[in-house]
Design a protein around this ligand. Structure first.
Ligand SMILES: [Zn+2]
Length: 73
């Protein structure tokens, strides 16, 4: 049987199909890790930067659909 180090508590974790929480040693460590990731996502101000990115394509579109296109018509 293979044993690895639990990424959460650094304790011994059993790498086996019987361990549904692998690579974590227990479901608790798995939940802690998932919770940590979830809270990190909450802390990152992702939405404002996404909005900023949303404005940039319109700038590109302004250049592509510039007066040149209208003059061609
Ligand atoms: Zn653990």
């Amino acid at each position: 049987m293979k044993k690895i180090k639990c990424p959460q508590c650094s304790g011994p974790s059993l790498w086996d199909e019987s361990n549904e929480s692998r690579p974590f040693c227990s479901s608790r460590c798995k939940l802690i890790d998932l919770g940590a990731w979830a809270s990190e996502e909450y802390n990152i101000p992702a939405s404002p930067s996404v909005d900023d990115y949303d404005d940039q394509p319109s700038l590109d579109g302004g250049i592509t659909g510039s007066p040149f296109t209208s003059t061609m018509h």
